[in-house]
Design a protein around this ligand. Structure first.
Ligand code: BDP
Length: 329
């Protein structure tokens, strides 16, 4: 063999070795598909947040990781998607912290009525040590917290009458999320709590199985619950954040670099979601008002007073955490 031929052969050999080494690299070299769940349709701020995250995951991984977003509860109701996230069947999940509290009890503190003074206090808490600590605790139940999303404030709506004071809730059948705190909150205020999956609420309102529910303006509008339940009373009893969480099983299979891509993309999507939220919330209020909904803003003091027994009841569980939240300035 000529000298040039030998050099060429050696070169090819080295190139082949390098290619083999690349193929054998731990997971980071492989293409990956991740499935992400949201119970809202496309266009809703949380789902759009996930779509943005998916775009960034693709960009940051050079097209190697695809995050497929399944909107509109295609992968199940929140309780089901949470179970499937823990099992590794769903890789990324955007849920409300209320149903999440059935898996990690501490998350229920965010469902305590008026625990946040306002949105600013809420975000200081979530962005600070408390928000981080609770997100990290998700590892105890098979998940990894990646970002919080905005969900504004939840208020009551019903088919019967304006709620000007807690007494007006007496006897009303109010749908709640599947969360102990939310059930007890409605009961404490005198309503009759009916826990039910989000997707079932519209027909339950129409058929009169329930008299009302409670949610933020974007959900009240996008679900068209406002068509069936025209009385919307802005008591703003809770500010329950949304969370984007990954399955711990999925997480284990990712290289440190890919984990970082997911974390970064989720965090970037948080800022986008919060911006979209503000706009959607204002638009939703305009839309439901234009549709003839009767909107009132009852004085909150009576509601604050009426939920005091709930605080007593949860003192042993959340008392310390509540005081920590209250101390956030
Ligand atoms: C909405 C949340 C959604 C909920 C739903 C509900 O974004 O994830 O779980 O409320 O009430 O605000 O079930």
């Amino acid at each position: 063999m000529s000298r040039a031929g030998a050099v060429l052969q050696a070169g090819v050999f080295i190139a082949m070795l390098a290619a083999t080494a690349l193929l054998c690299l731990p997971s980071s070299g492989e293409k990956k598909i991740l499935r992400a769940a949201d119970d809202h349709p496309a266009g809703y701020p949380t789902t759009e947040g996930l779509f943005y995250m998916a775009r960034r995951v693709s960009e940051l991984s050079g097209g190697r990781i695809t995050m497929q977003v399944y909107p509109g509860a295609q992968l199940g109701s929140e309780k089901e998607t949470l179970e499937n996230t823990r099992m590794g069947v769903i890789d990324v999940n955007r849920v409300s912290c209320a149903p999440l509290s059935e898996f990690l009890e501490e998350m229920g503190v965010f469902s305590m009525p008026y625990v946040f003074r306002d949105g600013e206090h809420q975000w200081k808490t979530l962005d600070g040590e408390i928000g981080r600590r609770l997100a990290e605790k998700l590892s105890e139940v098979g998940m990894v917290g990646l970002a919080y999303y905005d969900s504004g404030a939840r208020s009551f709506y019903n088919t019967r009458r304006p709620v000007a004071a807690p007494a007006d809730l007496k006897g009303l059948k109010i749908r709640t999320q599947k969360s102990k705190v939310m059930i007890e909150l409605v009961e404490t205020l005198g309503g009759s709590a009916t826990p039910m999956a989000f997707e079932e609420v519209y027909s339950a309102l129409q058929t009169g199985v329930i008299d009302g529910a409670e949610n933020n303006p974007p959900s009240y509008e996008s679900t068209r619950h406002y068509e069936a339940a025209k009385f919307y009373s802005l008591d703003e009893h809770t500010r329950i954040p949304e969370i984007v969480a990954a399955s711990a099983i999925t997480w284990e299979r990712l290289s440190p670099a890919d984990r970082e891509i997911l974390r970064r993309a989720a965090k970037e999507s948080e800022a986008v979601q919060k911006r979209l939220w503000k706009k959607y919330e204002a638009d939703a209020m305009k839309k439901v008002a234009a549709a003839g909904c009767r909107i009132n803003a009852p004085p909150k003091d009576a509601f604050r007073k009426a939920v005091e027994p709930l605080y007593k009841k949860y003192e042993a569980k959340y008392g310390e955490l509540i005081r920590e939240i209250q101390a956030v300035r």
